[in-house]
Design a protein around this ligand. Structure first.
Ligand code: P53
Length: 475
């Protein structure tokens, strides 16, 4: 007897800019994600503090070539199929479809590329799960319109989704409108192409941009359903249960506030309206957003069909200002003394996944989809070419067990599970290749050296067995 549903969607997840490369081929335009360098300046660029809207001398830009999946997709999808993937989550590079973003007609070469990918998936019975935008925004829209701070973005996004839903009708059924919509708040340039101008109120800009994305997301949901009633549209949150550092009531309340600080966006996408705590915050901060009656109607009438999220770690909040922070993550949090951490300081908490699933399911009562989870780690290639990544297997096993408990014991409705980076790819946070997540190793280093050859790690056969047993055999 299997604890997960029979049609459970096992698979892996990638993002265009972190794996495709081919940044200037077949008419593709430039995007924010292309001009984010590896190295020390990366943090300032992703957070919108340092304006970098073109390639600058003296920097290395890993997204330009990434793992060149643009030319390797057949080989890579064949490997996913060999592991038994039921689904493959990938994202569309907006600038392959609309190179500048404000054109009236799409670029056929870009549309054809994704059609080929979807058909390749179908060949193996793999259901594509498509993120419409995974952090990417055309540079032209940033320069000309100021990106998502501008309402006109909704029109350009609408144009994009209409083309996608029409062209891929019958090929794609599962759609996510915006990857980790809350990352806009923590890394505004990477998340939404926002660069701050001197003297402007950053909260106002971020919330207005978020509002435009929320309206665009609701509009996309509406259009998706009109074009094909079979379409299923999800929101996507960088999730992680927030624990209070101590039972001190002030710490507990701080955890409630920190949690809401991320959840309010998917509250809107799921419920169709802004929660009162958020409207009160705007009032208190004297922030006046441009929210029209028409926006409200659109939000109300078009909630998402399911809730998807990434989970890497839980978070900790405290009312104290002077406690040690855990490292390496864009969403800052206090260090949890009970947890071990990854090579990059991300704390490891499998039970936190079960807690997160329960919180989200209690709150929204819609099916969940775990669309990212995994361990970024250094891998060592042995002399005989083997890669023994037991640490990755341990991490995934513990998280899959917790996920199974949430379904089997707690009754959470879960559609599927896709691990992050089933094939090694460029890290979003650091720009490194050596922060590896894959079951498939890619011969490439942090500076663009290497043959790009693919090879299987020990975890490859392990995950294959997990899928074949529908999550029962985790040994
Ligand atoms: P990397 C921050 C917090 C949680 C998830 O991250 C995040 C980020 C941004 O780093 O991003 C998601 O590559 C994102 C992926 C990303 C993955 O997590 O920094 O959706 O694009 O690669 C892992 O180790």
């Amino acid at each position: 007897m299997s604890r997960l549903r029979k049609d459970f969607l096992w698979g892996g997840a990638t993002a265009a800019n972190q794996c495709e490369g081919a940044y200037n081929l077949d008419g593709r335009g430039l995007a924010n994600v292309d001009v984010i360098p590896h190295g020390k300046e990366r943090f300032n660029v992703v957070t919108g503090k340092r304006k970098m809207l073109e390639f600058e001398e003296g920097f290395y830009y890993p997204a330009q070539n990434a793992i060149d999946m643009y030319h390797h997709y057949k080989e890579d999808i064949a490997l996913f199929a060999e592991m038994g993937f039921k689904t493959y989550r990938l994202s569309i590079a907006w600038t392959r479809i609309f190179p500048k973003g404000d054109e009236l007609e799409p670029n056929e070469a870009g549309l054809q590329f994704y059609e080929n990918i979807f058909k390749e998936c179908k060949k193996y019975g793999i259901e594509p799960l498509v993120t419409i935008t995974h952090f990417d925004c055309p540079i032209h829209l940033i320069k000309e319109y100021g990106s998502w701070r501008n309402r006109e973005m909704i029109t350009f996004y609408e144009r994009l989704v209409r083309v996608l839903f029409t062209r891929y009708k019958g090929l794609v059924k599962y759609w996510l409108t915006f990857n980790e919509i809350n990352v806009l708040l923590h890394a505004p340039f990477m998340g939404a192409g926002i660069v701050f101008e001197e003297g402007e109120d950053q909260d106002t800009v971020k919330y207005q941009a978020a509002h435009h994305e929320l309206v665009a997301s609701a509009l996309a949901t509406k259009i998706a359903h009109e074009i094909d009633p079979e379409n299923m549209v999800g929101c996507m949150l960088a999730a992680g249960a927030v624990y209070p550092l101590t039972p001190k009531p002030e710490d507990v309340f701080a955890s409630v506030e920190m949690s809401r600080g991320n959840l309010f966006l998917i509250d809107v996408q799921s419920w169709g309206y802004y929660p009162s705590y958020f409207l009160k915050e705007l009032e208190r901060k004297n922030i006046k957003l441009d929210i029209t009656e028409e926006d409200k109607k659109l939000l109300k009438e078009n909630p998402v069909d399911f809730i998807s999220f990434s989970y890497y770690s839980s978070r900790v909040a405290t009312a104290e200002k002077t406690v040690e922070q855990s490292e390496g993550n864009l969403i800052n949090t206090v260090k949890n003394p009970y947890l071990e951490a990854s090579d990059w300081g991300w704390q490891i908490d499998p039970l936190g996944l079960r807690t997160t699933m329960n919180e989200l399911y209690d709150r929204y009562q819609k099916p969940l989809f775990i669309v990212e989870n995994g361990l970024g780690a250094y891998d060592k290639v042995e002399e005989n070419g083997e890669i023994i990544d037991d640490y990755r297997i341990d991490y995934l096993r513990a998280h899959i067990e917790a996920m199974r408990d949430a379904v089997d014991i707690d009754g959470v409705d879960l559609l599927g599970y896709t691990t992050w980076g089933p094939i090694d790819l460029v890290s979003a946070g650091t720009g490194e290749m050596t922060k590896r997540y894959g079951f498939i190793y890619v011969d490439r280093d942090d500076y663009g050296n290497g043959t790009l050859a693919r090879s299987k790690k020990k975890s490859f056969d392990w995950y294959k067995k997990v899928i074949a047993s529908n999550g029962e055999d985790l040994a």
